[in-house]
Design a protein around this ligand. Structure first.
Ligand code: PLP
Length: 405
């Protein structure tokens, strides 16, 4: 496809993304190559999606095998991979039942619809209020973007869904004031991702659970980003010992093959009776066979231990770089979801650090304007890590030099 150029993206694609001036063609592990065969180290993991790196051999083999057997049969029938992956998720989590869709937003849309339907059937139409948190991110459908706590994403599309309230994260007093018997659900990310890698305080989460129980409100954890071993547990709620009623996930679940899922207790799932909700592609054999394989790999104690080991590499080296250059006020996060918070004098410049990294062929992420985010493959090798961190150090040096000018 050598007749394809980066300029053609601007010519043909909606002007909604602004990718850098190269086109990626190939990946292996935590390396990527562009059309010029330039090599990049990937600390972005496709935004916390490529959980086992690029073109992981076991996943390629699984997908190839499934592609030769069965792609799609519709939900008028079922298939083996979807049953197998649902069984694994139930066995590994708080949940009794699973539903599959194709993305994080779709998973959250289903979670919110489920909560509203449950409240309606069990308590009546008055119980419809949803509480979520400032700076949260739950996807781009009109319902999920409205529940998300970032107005610049939700404004400008006409009337939004109603009965949604946003309160400050980690602020239990705000929740006490807001929650009532009219609350249908409280939705949160155990570690806010897009909002800046902000972990929930353990005491806060415990009290959220208690307040939900007292007010007969469902607790929804959005683990689209934090799920699937990303934070050094299979799901982030496991760090806290606080289980939700509904959990959504997506991103890393099939290592880069599109999939989303919600999990719930039996009682809650029971209101999704035939016809109440649906999907064409959700639960298809291709996505589910890959997710089944990913789960088999990432659920083992050895794999989880590996994530925590790699997390320690990242924290250690990032702190060392910061000791030398002093540009971050804090390195925070869990497992391999890490945020480096820029000091006030560099406020608003996370995008510049991202660009400085690209100049050294290193791919990073931001989480808002003040936080540089790391979400590498969960199996990144020591060599790839060292190469990437050497590049990061050079990028930090350049960033500071450019700022001083
Ligand atoms: C990425 C993300 C979403 C949206 O997922 P999509 O697959 O882009 O729809 C929702 N919630 C959280 C926490 C996310 O990080």
């Amino acid at each position: 496809m050598s007749n394809i150029t980066r300029e053609m993206f601007d010519q043909y694609y909606f002007p909604i993304f602004t990718p850098p001036q190269f086109v990626m063609v190939r990946g292996k592990g935590s390396r990527l190559w562009d059309q010029e065969d330039r090599e990049y180290i990937d600390f972005s993991g496709g935004i916390a999606v490529n959980s086992l790196g690029h073109c992981n051999e076991q996943l390629v083999e699984t997908l190839r095998e499934q592609a030769g057997k069965l792609w799609h049969v519709s939900n008028l029938m079922t298939n083996e991979p979807v049953i197998s992956v649902a069984k694994q998720l139930v066995e590994e989590t708080f949940a009794d039942k699973v539903f599959f869709c194709n993305s994080g937003a779709e998973a959250n849309e289903a979670a919110l619809k489920l909560a509203r339907r449950y409240a309606l059937e069990k308590y009546g139409a008055e119980k419809d209020e949803i509480i979520s948190f400032v700076q949260s991110f739950h996807g781009r459908t009109l319902f999920t973007v409205t529940v998300g706590g970032q107005h610049h994403y939700s404004d400008g599309f006409g009337p939004n869904p109603t009965a949604i309230t946003h309160i400050p994260f980690n602020d239990i007093e705000a929740l006490k004031k807001t929650i009532s018997e009219k609350t249908c659900a409280v939705m949160l990310e155990p570690i806010q991702g897009e909002g800046g890698i902000i972990p929930a305080d353990p005491e806060f989460l415990k009290q959220v659970r208690e307040l939900c129980d007292q007010n007969h409100a469902l607790l929804i954890f959005d683990e689209v980003q934090t799920g699937n071993a990303r934070t050094g547990k299979l799901y982030a709620y496991m760090h806290y010992g606080v289980a939700p009623d509904i959990l959504s996930t997506a991103k890393g679940l099939a290592g880069g093959f599109p999939i989303g899922a919600i999990m719930a207790t039996k009682e809650v799932a029971a209101v999704f009776t035939p016809g109440v909700h649906g999907t064409t592609f959700g639960g298809n054999p291709l996505a589910c066979s890959v997710a089944d394989k990913v789960l088999q790999i990432i659920k083992t104690p050895e794999f989880i231990e590996g994530v925590n080991e790699r997390s320690a590499w990242f924290f250690e080296r990032l702190n060392a770089i910061n000791d030398q250059y002093g540009c971050f006020s804090e390195i925070r996060g869990k497992g391999l979801l890490i945020g480096a918070v820029l000091k006030p004098e560099y406020a608003g410049e996370s995008g510049k650090m991202l660009k400085a990294a690209i100049d050294h062929n290193l791919l990073l992420l931001v989480a808002g304007k003040n936080v540089v985010r790391f979400a590498p493959a969960l199996n990144i090798s020591r060599e790839e890590f060292e190469l990437g961190m050497d590049k990061f150090e050079l990028a930090v040096k350049d960033f500071i030099a450019a700022h001083a000018k």
